[in-house]
Design a binder for this molecule. Structure first.
Ligand code: ADP
Ligand code: MG
Length: 255
């Protein structure tokens, strides 16, 4: 892959039986870039992210990420090793926070690096120190010993972000990270994501309908429609010079 491309999606297709969910997607994510993906429910946004993270195998086309190149077909031993590599180097945050309920927030953040540590990584004390720094970074140092159930949804999602960052990912994927939250809690999560993008220059693919966030943070926006990227451009281009009626209609509905 050329120089600063972190994720390259080429000719990606995904079908579930007769249902063609992705119908030819090409997209490059560059170093330090934030792409916001938006579009109607059912248009294939989550499926795209799941293919990027190798949670799904594409029917056709390829995804290149974290030094791995995944294409369709069944899961060979080599492919399973590729998937393991991608899981280590790609952070993902979902709509549902998916924290381990039986672990404290600190143990949640430490869990990934500790699992790797068994294969010979950092020692426990340094993982703990780093995890506390990450919790501090999302404003939750004082919640280290709480269990997730004691936290608000916004706090839980910030822990989920810290947990993903503990693996020192090359790229972060967010799938509607605020859509399960009460409106007054979305700001704190978007704030953490914004700092990740603007201060740490983390490359990110973000599925969201938070257009304020998109306007402020996205380098590029991609409108997803029936399994293809119908239109993409800078926020300025999409908000003011929309080329497709479908995009306009959708934006008018969410703005
Ligand atoms: P979005 O995230 O844009 O709402 P999805 O990617 O979740 O869209 O879903 C796109 C389409 O793919 C939907 O029609 C959905 O029913 C279908 N789909 C998603 N995952 C699966 C699956 N595991 N098996 C069968 N169909 C699926
Ligand atoms: Mg979805």
């Amino acid at each position: 892959m050329s120089g600063d491309v972190v994720v390259r999606i080429s000719g990606l297709r995904k079908a579930y039986g007769d249902n063609e969910v992705l119908r030819g997607v090409d997209l490059d994510l560059h170093q330090g870039e934030v792409i916001v993906i938006f579009g109607r429910s059912g248009s294939g946004k989550s499926t795209l992210l799941r293919c990027v993270n190798f949670l799904e195998d594409p029917t056709e086309g390829t995804v290149e990420i974290a030094g791995q190149r995944l294409s369709g077909g069944h899961r060979t031993r080599r492919k399973r090793e590729q998937i393991r590599q991608v899981r280590i180097h790609v952070g993902m945050v979902f709509q549902q926070f998916n924290l381990f309920p039986h672990l404290t927030t600190l143990d949640n953040v430490m869990s990934g690096p500790l699992a790797l540590g068994r294969r010979g990584g950092d020692d426990r004390a340094s993982i703990r120190r780093r995890s506390l720094e990450l919790l501090d970074g999302v404003g939750l140092a004082d919640k280290a010993d709480e269990h997730p159930i004691r936290l608000s949804g916004g706090q839980q999602q910030r822990v989920a972000i810290a947990r993903a960052l503990a693996m020192e990912p090359e790229v972060m994927l967010f799938d509607e990270p605020t859509s399960a939250l009460d409106p007054e809690l979305t700001g704190e999560v978007l704030g953490v994501m914004k700092r990740l993008a603007l201060d740490l220059h983390m490359p990110m693919m973000v599925v969201t309908h938070e257009m304020g966030f998109a306007r402020e943070v996205a380098d590029r926006m991609a409108f997803f429609h029936e399994g293809v990227i119908l239109e993409q451009g800078t926020p300025e281009e999409l908000f003011t010079r929309t080329r497709h009626q479908e995009t306009r209609t959708f934006l008018d509905a969410v703005l």
